[in-house]
Design a protein. Structure first.
Ligand SMILES: [Zn+2]
Length: 190
């Protein structure tokens, strides 16, 4: 095959063009393989028969600032700090209109454990996902839950890397979706 300089350059450009977006987006905060966008966390909330169940799900990056296994003391301290905050439901959620208290030992937190580093075989071309979620589940028992008007969260103050929380909620009489942010941390459930 006889390729002159111009066709070689042309070939190189054709090879490079598809790579450009990949290089650009590899540092992007959007991870398309999963509904996981840094800065955005999720809450699923069920209000039923005087009990409020809350499932909080978040990219670990929003909570501790990284998504790999903790590799130094500072990162381990970040994990401890996050675990401590997430273990205190009363300081994360407050309820207006109803008297709700956290049910003892109803808190479960996943994804905050130190994991051994996983080595991927070099010849495998499967995408190596470094993304990690942290989830926490809570249950509250409420008196006069039918009078509950709103739920406010302190998660934005505790974890400033959270920019938005998408909330899906369902109660015995209604349901809805809502987007909370640091200026609007209150979910209305009427
Ligand atoms: Zn991620």
């Amino acid at each position: 095959m006889n390729m002159n300089a111009s066709s070689v350059i042309h070939t190189i450009i054709l090879i490079l063009i598809p790579l450009v977006p990949a290089i650009t987006y590899s540092e992007s905060i959007v991870h398309e393989h999963k509904a996981h966008t840094h800065g955005i966390s999720e809450i699923k909330l069920i209000i039923s028969d005087g009990t409020i169940s809350i499932k909080f799900e978040s990219p670990a990056n929003n909570i501790v600032g990284f998504e790999h296994a903790a590799s130094n003391t500072e990162e381990e301290n970040q994990l401890k700090r996050a675990h401590s905050i997430l273990s205190k439901p009363a300081s994360i959620f407050s309820f207006q209109g109803a008297n709700c208290t956290s049910i003892p030992s109803s808190v479960t937190i996943d994804g905050l454990t130190k994991e051994p580093h996983k080595h991927q075989p070099a010849n495998k071309h499967q995408p190596h996902s470094t993304h990690k979620e942290i989830t926490a589940e809570y249950q509250f028992q409420c008196k006069s839950s039918e009078d509950l008007t709103s739920i406010e969260t302190q998660l934005f103050n505790k974890f400033p890397n959270i920019n938005e929380i998408n909330v899906m909620w369902i109660s015995d009489k209604n349901q809805g979706m809502s987007v909370l942010n640091p200026n609007n941390p209150q979910l209305f459930v009427e």
